[in-house]
Design a protein. Structure first.
Length: 71
């Protein structure tokens, strides 16, 4: 659970960019490409979850600026 608390969308994008560059390389094996693809999908899913959480917090802002967390 602590891994998710420290999750950074910016870091995920950086990792995705590095994975894409590696996949575009001439020496990448099929197995490594599949591993990179699988990890990329997992990162994208985490990003979507984090973005969804932030969107819910923004929608829950009250008039006085407090957030009401969704469970």
């Amino acid at each position: 659970m602590s891994e998710e608390k420290n999750f950074s969308i910016e870091e995920a994008f950086k990792q995705l960019d590095e994975a894409i560059k590696e996949m575009e390389g001439e020496d990448v094996t099929l197995e490594r490409s599949f591993e990179l693809y699988k990890n990329g999908v997992e990162l994208i899913q985490k990003c979507e979850k984090e973005i969804d959480t932030v969107e819910k917090k923004v929608l829950a802002l009250s008039e006085n600026g407090e957030t009401n967390e969704f469970s």
